[in-house]
Design a protein around this ligand. Structure first.
Ligand SMILES: [Zn+2]
Length: 72
């Protein structure tokens, strides 16, 4: 087993608010710490990714996603 490779493979957990190790299931991945679904990217990275994708689509303007409140 190569541990370095294992640690390289992180995904973003919104619950933990950081990149975490995860468990893979059929379609989704889950945080090893809290069990929540994890994403490939953080919110910011995900937004950037979606914007990049949106740019390739003939969809008119690209609406700027408003930043949500940091914390209530
Ligand atoms: Zn988590």
């Amino acid at each position: 087993m190569d541990q370095l490779d294992f640690y390289n493979d992180l995904k973003f957990c919104h619950h933990c608010d950081q990149y975490v190790r995860y468990l893979m299931s059929m379609e989704h991945s889950y945080c090893v710490a809290c069990g929540q679904k994890v994403r490939l990217f953080s919110e910011n990275d995900w937004t950037a990714f979606n914007e990049a994708m949106a740019n390739k689509r003939p969809k008119g303007g690209r609406p700027r996603k408003k930043r949500e409140a940091e914390s209530a």
